[in-house]
Design a protein around this ligand. Structure first.
Ligand code: FIX
Ligand code: ZN
Length: 413
């Protein structure tokens, strides 16, 4: 057999790979305006808002008083016209426009807006999935969100490209404020985590995971997250969330390391990162071997320990390069680290897209960097004399880009 050209084989596999984007903040079309799209939403992405504030002396309040259109104009001017748009978030807007066939070189925001104004939303969604090479995505579904909940209760129309994930941050992270809301929804809960209250939380989790057909239950956690301990969060996690996940064979996805509101003036752009401990992950995987956990961590310094933990526990699935580590230099490093410690047994990336158009750039950029890491590793392997085939590479790539996630969902421990 002729020696395989690894580069070409990886490129072929990447071009063919149909991505499952396993964590996004996108919404199925039936959620109406909750699904963001278009240039003004791209420019007012919170990643760009924080970059904008570094580039301007505009008071925070003055910015927040602007309309979205005006905010987008200010951001375009400061980050794209007056400065070179080198950052990953800026480059992302330009990759997206380029892949959609738009020419942004004239720096005319009006021209871009003109193009978007002519697009039909449904057709645009179809086109974005096709250009991005994404087969489906997983939403972030919060039953406590007053805009989202009514759609689930009335008017929800399933769309195969948008799967659900039940997001439970308010339950775990702010029980004191959340229990009255659960009580309003008809659950017999109290401030104290009595057996009856824990039973009602379980009923809530069962009913909402059933209603949404959630693929997993998800939560973002601060770096200080700890189990076991005698806190509301730990009690709710161990005595309500984990049992329901196990009973329904739903993974619990934990995204660990976000320090919320480091600078509240930035609103949604104001969150930061902190170094977390790996022990809570190890504890949960060991104490609940029949529960499946998916974990991504925000701090670069946590990535190695997470890989080591995943080597120890088959009920731990590592996924994605989240938020502040979703940058080419860090994806390159983290992917190599994971390939070296876990082989191909992880999900290489998720987009975290909030605007549907973003899936184009997030996946274009990640495909390239992850592809380069794979080529390097396959070449090292080929140097041992191991015979690699196109099929091997296609199988690995499809696993890394969603196949392993689907297998993990089906797995019964
Ligand atoms: O908690 C999360 O799901 C985070 O990904 C988001 O809250 C964050 O704002 C984000 O968009 C990161 O990419
Ligand atoms: Zn997210």
């Amino acid at each position: 057999m002729a020696k395989l050209d690894v580069r070409k084989s990886v490129d072929r596999a990447l071009a063919k790979a149909e991505v499952s984007d396993i964590h996004t903040h996108l919404y199925a079309p039936c959620f109406g305006d909750l699904l963001s799209w278009g240039i003004d939403d791209l420019l007012t992405y919170h990643y760009l808002i924080s970059e904008f504030f570094r580039a301007t002396d505009l008071p925070y309040d003055a910015f927040w008083k602007l309309t979205k259109r005006e905010q987008a104009e200010a951001i375009w001017r400061a980050l794209f016209v007056e400065r070179t748009p080198l950052s990953e978030a800026c480059r992302g807007v330009l990759t997206t426009l380029e892949r959609l066939g738009l020419d942004a070189r004239g720096k005319s925001l009006e021209k871009i807006r003109g193009w978007y104004a002519k697009q039909d939303r449904e057709k645009h969604i179809d086109r974005v999935f096709e250009v991005a090479g994404v087969r489906d995505c997983v939403m972030t579904n919060d039953p406590f969100d007053d805009a989202e909940r009514p759609v689930w209760l009335k008017g929800y129309r399933a769309d195969d490209r948008f799967k659900a994930a039940l997001r439970i941050d308010p339950v775990l992270l702010n029980w004191a404020k959340t229990f009255p809301r659960l009580a309003d929804f008809g659950y017999k809960v109290s401030r104290e985590l009595t057996p009856r209250t824990l039973g009602e939380v379980k009923r809530f989790l069962r009913e909402w995971s059933e209603r949404t057909k959630a693929l997993y239950v998800g939560v973002s956690l601060p770096p200080t997250f700890n189990v076991p301990e005698s806190s509301d969060a730990a009690t709710l996690l161990e005595q309500a969330v984990v049992p329901v996940c196990e009973e329904r064979n739903l993974p619990l996805a934990m995204m660990i390391g976000v320090k919320r509101q480091v600078n509240p003036q930035l609103r949604m752009a104001g969150d930061g990162v902190g170094l977390a401990r790996i022990e809570p992950v190890e504890y949960l995987c060991a104490a609940f071997p029949k529960t499946k956990f998916m974990v991504t961590m925000l701090a670069r310094e946590n990535q190695h320990a997470l890989c080591v933990a995943a080597r120890k526990f088959r009920n731990l699935h590592v996924f994605g390069c989240w938020w502040f580590v979703n940058n080419p230099s860090l994806i390159a490093e983290i992917t190599r680290e994971r390939l070296e410690l876990l082989g191909t047994g992880f999900t290489a990336q998720h987009s975290d897209a909030r605007v549907i158009d973003q899936v184009i750039y997030k996946w274009a950029h990640s495909r390239k960097v992850i592809g380069d890491a794979l080529v390097e590793k396959y070449q090292d392997l080929a140097a041992t004399g191991w015979a690699l085939s196109d099929d091997d590479i296609a199988r690995d790539v499809s696993g890394l880009f969603g196949g392993h996630f689907r297998t993990f969902l089906d797995r019964k421990l």
